[in-house]
Design a protein around this ligand. Structure first.
Ligand SMILES: Cc1cc2nc3c(=O)[nH]c(=O)nc-3n(C[C@H](O)[C@H](O)[C@H](O)COP(=O)(O)OP(=O)(O)OC[C@H]3O[C@@H](n4cnc5c(N)ncnc54)[C@H](O)[C@@H]3O)c2cc1C
Ligand code: FES
Length: 261
């Protein structure tokens, strides 16, 4: 993990409410593993100095890109970032996804920025599989064409039926998964926590592996403040321990996560 002062080379509308921010980051870019994220200091944010976490959508020797949506003060202030500005980042942060098991069928399940978070994984995996993407409406489902161009079979679901199956992502995943040998699946999931839990519950019930990227509020991003802790199951008499999503995660196997009811 390194601090880097990066130069903004692209900042534009991407799709729907999402914008793309591309940074020249020759130190960070080459180190990125799939599923890792950046701690980005939003310029000119006055008293709100905490970094915001963003999954790394693209990375190469020259830099990184993120796709983001404005949901509050920090992300709204990002709209003022101009091409040529300097942006301070730390990264790559977090553990990232493990090396895929070549003997299994890879399955991606994502929604919202989760599609962007899985893109590098999808790009670097030798074996392409099936991708279930969920969203409210067609405009909310990012990168369908890009995943298809990589060779993934993309199955969208939308709440309003404007693209793919109408319903939740599990309404497309469940009937497909029932026709497979469950234990041959390896699922990589990034999206809202209810989606992660739904996939995690199925992984435990049907005994397949599911890697979940847990979304928690983060303050420091480097394991120092404990803002982002979750309960991780252990074999100890207490059964669980606190785990820092920013440093020990954000990727956990479904059996490790003790969800707060
Ligand atoms: C590992 C990780 C990767 C992420 N990657 C991306 C990404 O690639 N693109 C993207 O658009 N967003 C991503 N996020 C979410 C993003 O970090 C938050 O939207 C951002 O920090 C909000 O900052 P803000 O100051 O605009 O909002 P705040 O003013 O802090 O909050 C505004 C609203 O958003 C909610 N909120 C804030 N942070 C989160 C969060 N982590 N999860 C759920 N709700 C939250 C608050 O409860 C509040 O309702 C990621 C989060 C994590 C933990
Ligand atoms: S955000 Fe500070 S410990 Fe995770």
């Amino acid at each position: 993990m390194k601090h880097e002062l990066t130069n903004v080379i692209e900042h534009d509308n991407f799709q729907g409410e999402y914008r793309i921010l591309r940074l020249a980051a020759p130190v960070t870019g080459p180190q990125v593993k799939p599923g890792q994220f950046l701690g980005l200091q939003v310029p000119n944010l006055g008293e709100r100095i905490l970094r915001r976490p963003f999954s790394i959508y693209q990375a190469d020797a020259s830099g990184v890109a993120v796709l983001y949506k404005a949901v509050g003060r920090g992300t709204e202030a990002m709209a003022n970032i101009q091409v040529g500005d300097t942006v301070n980042i730390i990264g790559p942060l977090g553990n990232g996804y493990p090396e895929p098991d070549a003997s299994k069928t890879p399955v991606l399940v994502a929604g919202g920025y989760g599609n962007a978070a899985l893109y590098i994984l999808a790009q670097r995996m030798k074996k392409k599989g099936i991708a279930f993407f969920g969203g409210r409406s067609a405009i909310d489902i990012l990168l369908v064409k890009e995943f298809e161009e990589l060779g993934w079979d993309v199955r969208p679901t939308t709440d309003d039926g404007s693209l793919g199956t109408q319903g939740l992502v599990t309404d497309a995943f469940d009937p497909w998964a029932k026709k497979q040998d469950f234990q041959s699946l390896e699922v990589f999931c990034c999206g809202p926590n209810p989606m992660l839990k739904a996939i995690g519950d199925r992984a435990i019930a049907h005994d397949f592996t599911a890697w979940l990227s847990i979304d928690r509020h983060m303050a420091c991003g480097v394991g120092a403040c404990l803002t982002c802790v979750i309960k991780r199951k252990t074999d100890t008499p207490k059964d669980w321990e606190w785990s820092r999503c920013c440093k020990d995660g954000p990727i956990y196997e479904s059996r490790e996560v003790l969800w707060d009811e």
